[in-house]
Design a protein around this ligand. Structure first.
Ligand code: LLP
Length: 430
């Protein structure tokens, strides 16, 4: 079984989370995002259990909703005991619509508009993760106007290179995010925050990058952050309750790709944390992490219908499908690898570039994939492990509507997000 939830039946047809992909495509149409609800829950449980076993009481993993955000997913994260990381009024609104408890929400982002700050305060968001001095001053004003003292974490840049791709590397000193320890700006923002009456610093936050596989990235991050936290506790003369280590564990997109054993990694992080705190002579802080990709990626699959096949003998073959960079821009943006499967045929293979329907040559979902040589218009193609940063980064380029998200459960399937209709696409036009 591929990725633990993809299989073929005796006819060779693809099954996802035990369901016939052909039947789902017939019922819901294509392109189609499928999500394996149990896998999302299992992924959440890996974190909640590892947190219970390894970190002090009051520690909490938060689902980074930027990876994929819709009401039902927020509900699942809530039911699984996760907190929620939101980065915009849009994600926050979705969470509130889901009835997510506001005190378990962290409001992130390097640009928070005044109206977003006001909205988040009015929702009673538990924690703002303050990125920079401009935001700190704005938050102080808005919190004062609302008559509240807002709990905040300060986002610190620890100067760690996680060796992932540049677009998602955020821990180095020259990152656009956070205040760097190295430049003294981290200490400055903490001192400033401490002097403000309407914000209360409950701890520190960092996030060094995404798709992290390097063995000791989190351990190195812990070492830098604990030493800085200890220094700040000594100079402020009080305890900082929380240390948030961000998200970032990588996932396996292809059969032979690397895989992170998250439960093991968290236990390693806990060991490093305890050792560093003992060395600094401070109490172990409550730990937070913000996994996104590792919660939803392998719960997702995208199903397309082939619209045309073009064979250029001596050059290459194209299989063009009814979606593309509009529902999955990740190869275009990052050169990301994906596993591509024919849904019904398993025969002699030929090499194809799997391309989309958008009006540009760069619209490639995955180059050089092996598909049955007789792949033709009307065939169904599945792209695996598309649960993270596909729906959330989808666009309406060429006025193509976004696919629906259909959840698969043990007993059946249900629409969690509807297909965008032609009416939806023009609803804002005046
Ligand atoms: N916390 C913060 C502050 C973040 O910026 C991110 C991701 C996360 C948590 C979640 O990280 P994860 O566990 O998902 O790696 N669009 C890119 C990924 C961008 C990640 C941005 N920040 C992609 O498709 O690969």
């Amino acid at each position: 079984m591929l990725f633990g939830n993809i299989d073929r039946n005796e006819k060779g047809e693809l099954l996802f989370a035990g369901h016939s992909v052909t039947e789902l495509a017939a019922q819901y149409g294509t392109p189609l995002y499928l999500m394996d609800e149990q896998r999302i829950r299992d992924n959440c449980r890996i974190y909640t259990q590892a947190f219970r076993e390894n970190f002090p009481e009051g520690s909490m993993p938060l689902y980074a909703s930027k990876a994929c955000c819709f009401v039902q997913l927020c509900r699942i994260a809530e039911e699984e005991g996760m907190g929620l990381d939101v980065v915009s009024a849009g994600e926050l609104f979705t969470a509130m619509k889901a009835g997510f408890p506001a005190e378990r929400i962290h409001f992130h982002g390097n640009v928070k508009k005044d109206e977003e700050i006001d909205y988040a305060i009015s929702c009673g968001v538990g924690t703002f993760v303050v990125d920079n001095p401009d935001e700190l001053e704005a938050l102080q004003k808005r919190a004062e106007a609302a008559g509240v003292v807002q709990n905040i974490l300060l986002r610190i840049t620890p100067g760690i290179d996680p060796h992932t791709y540049v677009a998602v590397n955020t821990g180095t000193v020259d990152s656009k995010f956070g205040s760097a320890i190295e430049t003294g700006q981290a200490e400055e923002i903490i001192r400033r925050a401490e002097a403000l009456p309407n914000v209360h610093v409950t701890g520190l936050h960092c996030h060094v990058g995404s798709m992290v596989f390097d063995e000791d990235v989190f351990e190195r991050t812990v070492a830098v952050m604990v030493s800085f936290l200890a220094e700040m506790e000594r100079s402020l003369g009080r305890k900082l309750e929380f240390l948030n280590l961000g998200g970032g564990y990588g996932v396996r997109y292809i059969k032979d790709g690397k895989k992170v054993n998250i439960a093991e990694k968290i236990s390693d992080v806990a060991q490093a944390l305890k050792a560093c705190c003992a060395e600094e002579g401070i109490e172990v802080p409550k730990i937070q992490m913000e996994p996104g990709r590792s919660i939803v990626a392998d719960a997702g699959m995208t199903v397309y219908t082939v619209g045309s096949v073009k064979r250029l003998d001596g050059f290459k073959n194209f299989a063009a499908v009814d979606g593309g960079m509009t529902d999955n821009p990740r190869y275009v943006l990052y050169g990301s690898e994906y596993t591509v499967l024919h849904v019904t045929k398993n025969g002699v293979k030929a090499r194809f570039d799997l391309v989309g329907r958008c009006c540009e040559s760069g619209d490639i979902i995955q180059p050089k994939v092996m598909l049955p040589a007789d792949t033709c218009r009307g065939d169904l193609i599945a792209v695996c492990v598309t649960g993270a940063y596909n729906y959330s980064m989808a666009s309406n380029y060429n006025r193509v509507g976004r696919p629906p998200v259909v959840m698969l459960t043990k007993d059946g399937s249900y629409v969690a997000v509807k297909r965008e209709s032609l009416f939806d696409l023009s609803r804002l036009d005046q």
